[in-house]
Design a binder for this molecule. Structure first.
Ligand SMILES: Nc1ncnc2c1ncn2[C@@H]1O[C@H](COP(=O)(O)OP(=O)(O)OP(=O)(O)O)[C@@H](O)[C@H]1O
Ligand SMILES: [Mg+2]
Length: 432
């Protein structure tokens, strides 16, 4: 997917769009992934088509090319916008540059200058995503370098109570990371809620294959088998779905548990799957059992989700207490408060933070938007942040990404595997 240069064309005149497409059609290294006629459509199409380079007309009806560029660069910092305009619009050009455009061409561009500009923009983008170049504009942020052999950062989303929004958060985190990091990064989501997992529903996927098809191969795991079972989502994220029926989870008990009580089969599968991705998100069930112990062992970050109600906060506190008794590294544990609404009867987020720990993210309550996303299987972040909840989900994904940047800055890459391989916790049995 990352080999060809993915180009989006934005122009309100269909003929101009077609001319640009034709100019590019002779270039095998370029793929036109979208052609749209307005700034609004461009903002919406970017997270769905993940372009590397955008050819943007400066004069568009509605949101103009400058405003659209600002919004797109905020959403996907590494995307490169080349602005096209008629001659003599120097003030526009300056404003476009402030908004995050990387280059300018006068309309109509010649084939050579267009290809040169796209190639330049693409090299610029490559340098940005490999971390050797810091983006210039305000909203833009440098992204983490890709590892030579993959060893995904594993992020589990967990709540001891059901219905708190774990699946909503896990799916939007995965798609949000894909949007923010771009198509060069491989993001996976595994639905480890083995009996009642429904992440596929939130992504409008009817899974033909699932984790249950991978379990029998645990001894002879093969990358081709895994790639066959992974299901691609339109966003670029890959899903490893939960088994189709509750009884299919049984196969995970065949391999027994390790000395610390973690399920061997799930742990081996997750270890293998992490080799295929840069980020791996785990949606989870709600018990602390042998599956969850495997998840705790493999995770680099554990997001504990609560809504602002006393029973849920109590559950989250009990769980954090258990983690402490298990001697789990608490710097890897972050609190997420979902469904904050000051007008309702909920507990104030500040009170929850005082009782537990500072929250990494506080997502607003919006039943209509959340339900619509669940029923239509359309992740909130794909709406380009057009709803406050969608925007909050995107920012949540960026906060998670930021945690790993901080961690990488603190500890040199070479030191990380030692810490990851070290035993993380005591066994549950020792507490009984
Ligand atoms: N911020 C929010 N505001 C309002 N409703 C929300 C919010 N987040 C999630 N929801 C809704 O809450 C319900 C439960 O969400 P979700 O399935 O993500 O939770 P879960 O913890 O994974 O539940 P389960 O116990 O089924 O695994 C869904 O209908 C979802 O649309
Ligand atoms: Mg769920």
């Amino acid at each position: 997917m990352a080999d060809k240069i993915r180009v989006m064309i934005v122009d309100d005149i269909a003929e101009t769009r077609e001319q640009l497409r034709k100019l590019l059609s002779f270039e095998p290294m370029i793929e036109v992934v979208a052609m749209v006629g307005s700034g609004e459509e461009a903002i919406e199409a970017v997270p769905k088509t993940l372009p590397d380079v955008i050819l943007m007309d400066i004069n568009l009806p509605g949101i103009d090319g400058i405003k659209a560029t600002g919004k797109i660069v905020e959403l996907m910092p590494a995307v490169q916008v080349i602005m096209l305009s008629v001659q003599g619009e120097t003030d526009y050009m300056r404003r476009a540059m402030m908004a995050g455009a990387r280059d300018f061409l006068t309309k109509p561009p010649g084939a050579d200058e267009l290809l040169d500009a796209i190639n330049r923009a693409y090299s610029q983008r490559k340098r940005m995503v490999t971390g050797t170049l810091v983006p210039m504009m305000g909203g833009a942020q440098p992204v983490a370098p890709a590892a030579p052999t993959k060893h995904a950062k594993v992020i589990a989303v967990y709540s001891p109570k059901g219905g708190t929004g774990c699946t909503t958060l896990a799916v939007n985190l995965a798609v949000g990371l894909q949007i923010s990091l771009g198509a060069d990064y491989k993001i996976g989501i595994v639905d480890t809620n083995l009996q009642f997992g429904d992440a596929a529903v939130f992504m409008k996927i009817q899974p033909p294959r699932s984790l249950a098809d991978l379990a029998p191969h645990v001894q002879d795991m093969d990358i081709e088998i895994l790639r066959n079972i992974l299901i691609p989502h339109a966003s670029g994220v890959s899903l490893l779905a939960a088994p189709p029926a509750p009884e299919d989870a049984e196969v995970f008990h065949d391999g027994g548990v390790d000395d610390n009580g973690a399920n061997n089969t799930l742990k081996s599968i997750l270890e293998f799957v992490r080799g295929e991705f840069d980020y791996l998100i785990l949606d989870t069930a709600h018990q602390v059992d042998e599956m969850m112990l495997a998840i705790l062992d493999i995770s680099d970050l554990l997001l504990v989700v609560t809504r602002p109600t006393i029973p849920e906060i109590r559950g989250a506190r009990l769980f954090v207490g258990l983690l402490q008794r298990l001697e789990y590294p608490m710097e890897q544990v972050k609190l997420v408060i979902n469904g904050v609404d000051n007008k309702r009867m909920g507990i104030q987020p500040e009170a929850i933070e005082r009782a537990m720990m500072p929250a990494l993210a506080k997502l607003p309550y919006d039943e209509r938007t959340a339900l619509r996303a669940a029923n239509y299987g359309e992740p909130l972040v794909l709406k380009g942040g057009r709803t406050p909840l969608g925007m909050a989900m995107l920012n949540f994904a960026k906060s998670v990404q930021g945690l790993f940047r901080e961690q990488e800055a603190e500890e040199p890459a070479a030191a990380a595997p030692t810490r990851r391989n070290a035993p993380k916790r005591a066994g549950l049995g020792r507490l009984l």
